[in-house]
Design a protein around this ligand. Structure first.
Ligand code: LLP
Length: 381
């Protein structure tokens, strides 16, 4: 797979902007479906990774469901063609109006993250004369071996219900008139590249489903969340879907009638997006050469927030290779996309591509410094 960029078109456009290669997105989804359809796995795309309506309409056209973490995401998903019965709603802090709206929209289920949330959902469902379908989000206490900011399932993480509270959760649900337990849910972190982590998750889930079964609780849905990482060093390589799904196919013991659900975000949209920027100035530091570009951490915060690596390419120079710190215009030292990046001799006006930026790029953009939000440009418009 090679991603060719329409550089002449880029030269005409005001930078920075996100460029989405639609054929890469489609190839990614087709590869994913090849692996999931044959096993009957259900996929809910994690909207938070990228909520751009053009991309969402393409993703929903493949029949995927949606994983949402706010009412606004649910509304966006519905308006972009996702079916309400394919929408799951996670989040440690769902507001009352969000619960109410989600109940009215008749979504597939709430991934409930605390005992108190169960009580509140039951109350609100009661007032509306509805029954809320619930999957318990369980904190399985598994180390994800990824950046600490995107690790979600170790002890003392704010996400999910801890295993010692499951008994109480079951009691609560069996006494609640307006709750129906349909499954369990997990999400242990993001940008996970070691398959062993998912194997550990499978082993823990097997113990837990046995525990539920010993209490005569039948679970229709086992939702293992998202988290599959992508190769940021090789932006033209698609995610390791085959390896990932085969871990679950081989290791997870499903009971008859049980469905396996997934919530990938990054793996679906990561490689189709690139942040396109222009070099404003080059300058020298003491021992450093800087390329100051017009994109900043407001457009793509991942390097500043998680020290994340994104491959940086100069699309308009074939000069001799040298090294630059590639920095943005924001008044923060962390506004740096890469240090000592090897690039061809770079000059004002050169076009810079920051690769693998389709996930958590546009969706995390901010207006700090009163900058404009980055627009989106598509390969097939
Ligand atoms: N399901 C739940 C409940 C989640 O919280 C997330 C992501 C996903 C699914 C999708 O995970 P994925 O397949 O994309 O790894 N902003 C960070 C990533 C935060 C992920 C938050 N939760 C980043 O830029 O790396």
């Amino acid at each position: 797979m090679t991603t060719l960029f329409p550089v002449n078109r880029f030269k005409e456009l005001r930078t920075p902007f996100y460029y989405y290669n639609i054929s890469v997105l489609k190839k990614t989804i087709e590869l994913l479906k090849e692996e999931t359809d044959k096993s009957g796995f259900k996929v809910h795309y994690a909207i938070k990774a990228n909520a751009n309506p053009v991309l969402l309409k393409i993703i929903s056209s493949y029949g995927l469901g949606a994983d949402c973490v706010s009412w606004n995401e649910i509304e966006r998903a519905l308006s972009c063609g996702f079916r309400s019965d394919g929408i799951v709603f996670a989040g440690v802090g769902k507001s009352d109006y969000e619960i109410e709206n989600a109940l009215k929209a008749d979504i597939l289920c709430f991934n409930a993250e605390s005992l108190q949330e169960l009580i509140v959902i039951n109350e609100i469902a009661g007032k509306l004369g509805k029954t809320a379908r619930i999957a318990l989000r369980i904190n399985p206490n598994i180390e994800a071996h990824t950046h600490k900011h995107i690790t979600t399932a170790i002890d003392d993480s704010k996400f999910g219900i801890i295993i010692p509270e499951l008994d109480e959760a079951l009691n609560l649900i069996s006494g609640a008139k307006h709750l129906q337990l349909i499954g369990i849910h997990f999400h242990i972190g993001s940008q996970i590249t070691r398959m062993q982590v998912f194997k550990n998750l499978c082993a823990r889930i097997n113990e837990l489903t046995e525990w539920f079964s010993s209490r005569n609780v039948s679970l229709k849905i086992i939702n293992v969340g998202g988290g599959l990482g992508i190769d940021y060093h090789e932006p033209d390589i698609l995610p390791a879907f085959r390896e990932y799904f085969s871990v679950f196919r081989e290791m997870l013991r499903l009971y008859p009638g049980q469905e396996l659900h997934f919530e990938p975000g990054r793996a679906i949209v990561g490689q189709c997006g690139t942040l396109i920027s222009k070099v404003l100035f080059t300058k020298n530091g003491g021992n450093t050469k800087f390329a100051v570009i017009d994109a900043g951490m407001t457009d793509l915060i991942r390097p500043a927030l998680y020290q994340a690596y994104h491959k940086i390419e100069n699309l308009t120079s074939n000069g001799e290779k040298t090294h630059y710190d590639v920095v943005g215009p924001i008044c923060e030292s962390s506004d740096t996309f890469g240090k000592y990046v090897e690039l061809p001799e770079t000059k004002r006006g050169d076009i810079i591509a920051i690769r693998s930026a389709g996930a958590y790029g546009e969706s995390m953009a901010s207006r700090y410094n009163l900058r404009d939000l980055p627009p989106a440009v598509f390969s097939e418009d």
